[in-house]
Write a protein that binds this ligand. Structure first.
Ligand SMILES: NC(=O)c1ccc[n+]([C@@H]2O[C@H](COP(=O)([O-])OP(=O)(O)OC[C@H]3O[C@@H](n4cnc5c(N)ncnc54)[C@H](OP(=O)(O)O)[C@@H]3O)[C@@H](O)[C@H]2O)c1
Length: 310
């Protein structure tokens, strides 16, 4: 198969490229800089740049079987100034809508279109039952910044969906693996400072990178799956449970809390929405189709990740 990954030089993209390369697929990476892509993947992939993609977009995508778009400015990298918030939204909507229009034009010749999204799309209102793909979402308004990001991002896919292209919205929880959030947190936990954040009672929905890759393979193979798919482990943990399992695997204490007011002072709205609140989400569609998680619990994940003896 020919697989094109946009935004493929990041944490999830690198893991997918490694996996697809081992499976013998042909891979193209679409990004902002051919130099960067070549520095990351060498000549294992065909490197394409957004700047000169447009004139040949239909020809290229017409020859692609699977399109995976992961493009977007990192949500947790720095404080959410108004400028940063615009960049977080525009870096997602622009590329997603552009690719959706090209796929829409291609119609039946379009690749299957997998687009990144996030569980933030559901918003932060507490609910009695976890959010599932059947939860109704009002895409015309949002109560917080992360739901605004998720909702405008998914709406940008409409030109492909309206043209009948098989479109899958990958609603990721926090992805755990070698990179991403875990790479940033490991030094803190190694120092024994990885305790609960705020009360620690806020939901923390996560998924291992291994299960992300396995789920994407699973969805590709089951042609009846399209639309939103929640990519979260079934455990529905709290942030405190995450901190505890993480520190336990490193044989470090996990009782020193980071007070919420300190985080709010340093990170502002980002701390409020990303660290001190969350939502419970269930992977209903994957489970209904019989998907089995390799790492359904935090202990299973961390014991594998750190090869720790629990
Ligand atoms: N990792 C998670 O826990 C998680 C959770 C929820 C949702 N997601 C979503 O899943 C997608 C992939 O996640 P990831 O962790 O692999 O992200 P990542 O490591 O931050 O990589 C995203 C890629 O997007 C491109 N990019 C970055 N800033 C950009 C900008 N300002 N304009 C245009 N392109 C830009 C970059 O590719 P080039 O430099 O090659 O262009 C980068 O490699 C993201 O959209 C993310 O929001 C991830």
């Amino acid at each position: 198969m020919h697989i094109l990954i946009a935004g493929g030089t990041g944490f999830i993209g690198r893991a997918l490229v490694k996996h697809f390369t081992m499976q013998g697929h042909q891979i193209s990476i679409l990004g902002r800089s051919i130099k960067k892509t070549e520095a990351v993947f060498g000549d294992n992939v065909n490197s394409l740049a957004w700047d000169n993609f447009a004139p040949k977009a239909e020809d290229i995508l017409g020859g692609v079987h699977w399109l995976i778009n992961l493009t977007g400015a990192n949500i947790g990298e720095c404080r959410w100034s108004n400028k940063r918030k615009s960049s977080i939204i525009e870096s997602r909507i622009g590329p997603t809508n552009y690719l959706a229009k090209v796929c829409g034009k291609l119609g039946k010749q379009s690749p299957v279109f997998f687009n990144a999204s996030a569980i933030g799309v559901y918003g932060l209102k507490p609910t009695e039952t976890p959010y599932s793909e059947n939860t109704a979402i009002d895409f015309d308004q949002a109560d917080d910044f992360l739901s605004e990001v998720g909702r405008t991002w998914e709406k940008a896919l409409e030109p492909a969906e309206n043209a009948g292209v098989r479109t899958v919205k990958l609603r990721f929880g926090v992805v755990l693996g070698s990179g991403g959030v875990l790479a940033k947190l490991t030094p803190i936990h190694k120092l024994g400072l990885g305790g609960p954040i705020g009360s620690g009672k806020q939901p923390f929905c996560w998924i291992s990178i291994n299960d992300v890759i396995r789920a994407i393979d699973f969805i590709f193979a089951d042609k009846s799956i399209s639309g939103p798919v929640n990519l979260v482990a079934p455990a529905n943990d709290t942030q405190k449970a995450f901190a505890k399992a993480f520190s336990k695997a490193l044989h470090r204490p996990s009782f020193i809390p980071t007070p919420g007011f300190v985080l709010k002072a340093v990170f502002g709205q980002m701390a409020q929405e990303l660290l001190l609140q969350g939502q419970y989400v269930t992977p209903s569609r994957l489970q209904q189709r019989g998907f089995m998680f390799e790492f359904p619990t935090l202990d299973a994940f961390f014991s594998h990740h750190f090869n720790a003896k629990l």
